[in-house]
Design a protein around this ligand. Structure first.
Ligand code: SF4
Length: 120
């Protein structure tokens, strides 16, 4: 058994969750004001994921780096591997905000998309 304290970020309320886990699941949770707190804690403990934000190289008259992000949260364990792959990516302007820059080759079908428009 393990005790964890988490802040739920599913809404602005920011409940402080006291969670007790065993090897496979949550055995007790308190501090959550709604049921989303339980699913947040389950994901955060057993399958943590984040939106990845970084930059990639771009061939442009005005910019050398393009801000990018993942279109969905990606597992935290994969983030450094994806960043290594993105170091090899070079985009050529023009590029539109939201345009797919790179498809992550993994089960969860995430993509990296442009965070801004660069015309030239
Ligand atoms: S537990 Fe519910 S009320 Fe509290 S932060 Fe999470 S979503 Fe918001």
């Amino acid at each position: 058994m393990e005790n964890k304290k988490l802040t739920c970020i599913s809404c602005p309320e920011g409940c402080i969750l006291d969670v007790i886990t065993d090897d496979c699941c949550i055995s007790s949770i308190s501090g959550n004001k709604c049921r989303k707190g339980l699913s947040f804690a389950e994901n955060e403990i057993f399958n943590p994921a984040r939106i990845l934000t970084t930059t990639v190289s771009i061939g442009s008259e005005d910019y050398s780096r393009l801000p990018v992000r993942s279109n969905i949260a990606v597992p935290k364990k994969d983030i450094f591997k994806i960043i290594e792959e993105l170091k090899k990516v070079k985009v050529k302007a023009p590029v539109r905000m939201g345009e797919i820059i790179f498809k992550i080759n993994n089960d969860y079908k995430a993509s990296i998309i442009a965070g801004m428009t660069i015309e030239k």
